[in-house]
Design a protein around this ligand. Structure first.
Ligand SMILES: Cc1cc2nc3c(=O)[nH]c(=O)nc-3n(C[C@H](O)[C@H](O)[C@H](O)COP(=O)(O)O)c2cc1C
Length: 230
């Protein structure tokens, strides 16, 4: 009797789900993706688009036109944890993923409106139900409430938390905020702003290396440990 052929095992599928205004969340997820791909995973990207008529315009261009009012203007809605209009790619609705990596920039000490809007939407449950997810937070300094917030929202939609990591930028509260707003307002890295010496802002090569190490740990947990090469 001939054996019936086994169905070919499909490659593990990873979704990179994120909102990223200046590309920092995307950078750490892209670094993680190189690790997943090297382990044979199929990686799909799902950037969330922020389309809300009240807020989208300021995030539709970089640098910001009027950085202080546009930056501080998000504070009330963020503090109230409001949601707004977003658009998501088809990959969110059509794929069946084994791991979802969520890239989450902090906005005013919490989850950004675009990502919160997705995680509270009716699209989140079909994507996350029973699926494992890992969280990548990027911010100047404030990561805790963002990470906890993403975890809680995604678990509420049936997701299974695997692990989380945060990437922060150097400097105290005021210098790091000035460094960020200087960058958001000019698109350039400057040494000084408003008389204050600025620390570096944004993701650097060490962060990317850390993102790759974290991705390897997550891959071990979700897809099994990789055999060591001899
Ligand atoms: C509207 C807005 C509010 C922010 N609020 C905070 C904050 O409260 N704490 C913090 O550490 N970083 C804050 N940031 C900094 C972002 O988390 C940081 O710039 C991050 O790198 C953005 O990632 P992205 O480029 O992927 O969007 C804020 C940025 C923006 C645009």
């Amino acid at each position: 009797m001939t054996e019936s052929p086994q169905p070919a095992a499909r490659s593990p599928r990873v979704l990179l789900l994120y909102y990223s205004y200046t590309g920092q969340a995307k950078k750490v997820l892209d670094a993680a993706a190189t690790v997943f791909r090297a382990r044979g995973c199929e990686v799909t990207e799902a950037p969330i688009e922020f389309t809300d008529p009240r807020y989208a315009e300021r995030f539709s261009r970089f640098p910001m036109r009027r950085v202080w009012p546009e930056f501080i203007g998000m504070l009330p809605a963020q503090t109230l944890q409001r949601t707004g209009d977003i658009r998501t790619p088809d990959a969110v609705r059509t794929g069946d993923y084994d791991l979802i990596c969520i890239g989450s920039p902090t906005w005013w000490d919490t989850v950004s409106m675009p990502l919160r809007s997705f995680l509270k939407s009716h699209e989140a449950r079909p994507l996350l139900e029973g699926k494992r997810f890992a969280v990548f937070v990027v911010c100047r300094r404030k990561w805790r409430k963002n990470l906890a917030g993403v975890r809680k929202l995604a678990e509420k939609k049936g997701g299974r938390y695997v692990d989380g990591i945060h990437f922060t930028y150097p400097g105290g509260e005021l210098p790091s905020m000035l460094s960020l707003t200087s960058y958001l307002g000019t698109g350039e890295y400057r040494d000084r702003y408003l008389g204050v010496k600025l620390p570096p802002t944004n993701i650097d090569d060490d962060h990317l290396e850390e993102a790759r190490r974290f991705a390897a740990r997550v891959a071990d947990k979700v897809f099994g440990r990789q055999k060591q090469e001899t």
